[in-house]
Design a protein around this ligand. Structure first.
Ligand code: ATP
Ligand code: LTN
Length: 332
């Protein structure tokens, strides 16, 4: 077991989990979990870079944990934990923020997007977020970070920070690689297919959540924006709406784009939307049902996150001790 390569990834419990985060991230976490030693966290410390209602954050964190397991992450095989339960993240995060440049952080797309959307709360945490994310990854000496396309830039800055630190103090951190899926790395909004499907735009009908009821999923797909042609063809530039539906269908039904084009040749967009909606309903149904069952057993969930934090802390503390020594802190 010890020679397995290591994975770390996480999602902020800042909103309901979406079909985008399932396809872009969690589905791959499950698929990779046999081959790797995996650490999957609930990134609650990242969530507070945007103002959260405390009771809501607590509820969503537990709901998200139930959904991780319901999606197929086996807590026996994977270390599943809540970020704030493992102080090593914040400890290494502070150290790494001293090796992260202001200019580098200023170029982060997510910071630019989020600060444009939250003009009244452009806080320092939102800005230094990538240093903490680098700590999340490097503290486990992760080899691979399975994320959607939008997080690629954050994994790259993490590598830059690691290279810089290693250059000063000698080999300390392993350099992680992003794992971005070929299909589904960027699921788009059903209403504005030029924008990413995001949990922050939940009310527009463009976003599907993992726990949504079948009727509302079918309704959202029925209303999905397409284009003024009639042909079902994969062409993300010219036909973003249709191509997005095809991506979703390809992942949920395990079909290639060529197979999908053949299946809908001579049929209209109405058929495509209904078929994709059904495929999504069937993909999410078992997850929603299992999540509801797990949520009724709070003691079980508590045991998972407590065990997870203990296991995670053992690995993470080793790296923090090594780093503290290298930068010149007096040992305890
Ligand atoms: P927010 O809008 O609040 O920033 P989000 O919906 O983008 O949130 P995250 O918590 O940032 O969700 O993302 C969780 C994981 O899912 C990340 O690895 C991210 O890359 C991936 N992901 C999120 N949305 C999509 C999407 N639309 N398509 C593919 N992957 C996605
Ligand atoms: N930044 C990510 C969430 C996140 C993460 C991580 C992903 C926090 N720490 C470590 C991978 C590895 C986001 O906004 N989706």
């Amino acid at each position: 077991m010890d020679d397995k390569k290591i994975i770390l990834s996480g999602i902020k419990p800042s909103g309901e989990l979406t079909l985008g985060s399932y396809i872009g991230a969690i589905k791959n976490w499950v698929e990779l979990s046999d081959e790797y030693e995996c650490y999957y966290m609930l990134a609650d410390m990242h969530a507070i870079t945007v103002r959260q209602e405390p009771a809501e954050l607590r509820r969503r964190t537990l709901e998200q944990l139930a959904q991780y397991i319901a999606c197929g992450l086996d807590p026996e095989k994977n270390t599943i934990f809540i970020q704030s339960h493992v102080p090593a993240h914040a400890e290494l995060g502070w150290v790494l923020s001293c090796y992260t440049m202001f200019g580098e952080l200023s170029r982060m797309t997510q910071f630019k997007d989020k600060s444009a959307k939250n003009e009244e709360n452009i806080n320092a945490g939102l800005f230094t977020y990538p240093s903490l994310m680098a700590a999340d990854i490097l503290v486990y000496q992760a080899d691979l970070v399975p994320v959607g396309d939008d997080q690629k830039q954050h994994v790259e800055i993490c590598r830059d920070i690691a290279v810089r630190f290693n250059g000063i103090y000698g080999e300390t951190f392993k350099l992680p690689e992003p794992f971005i899926p070929k299909a589904g790395a960027r699921i788009m909004s059903l209403q504005e297919p030029q924008n990413k499907m995001s949990k922050s735009e939940q009310d527009s009908g463009g976003c599907i959540c993992i726990l949504d009821k079948p009727e509302s999923i079918l309704r959202a797909f029925k209303r999905a924006v397409t284009d003024s042609e009639t042909e079902v063809r994969y062409d993300p530039k010219a036909k973003p709406g249709v191509s997005n539906l095809m991506q979703i269908y390809a992942v949920c039904a395990g079909k290639t784009f060529a197979e999908i084009e053949a299946e809908f040749s001579g049929k209209g967009y109405g058929d495509l939307k209904a078929t994709v909606g059904e495929a999504v309903v069937e993909t999410l149904r078992p997850i929603r049902e299992e999540a509801a069952r797990l949520l009724s057993d709070k003691a079980y969930l508590e045991q998972i996150y407590k065990n997870g934090a203990e296991r995670a802390a053992r690995a993470a503390n080793r790296t923090v001790q090594k780093v503290y020594k290298k930068v010149g802190f007096v040992g305890k």
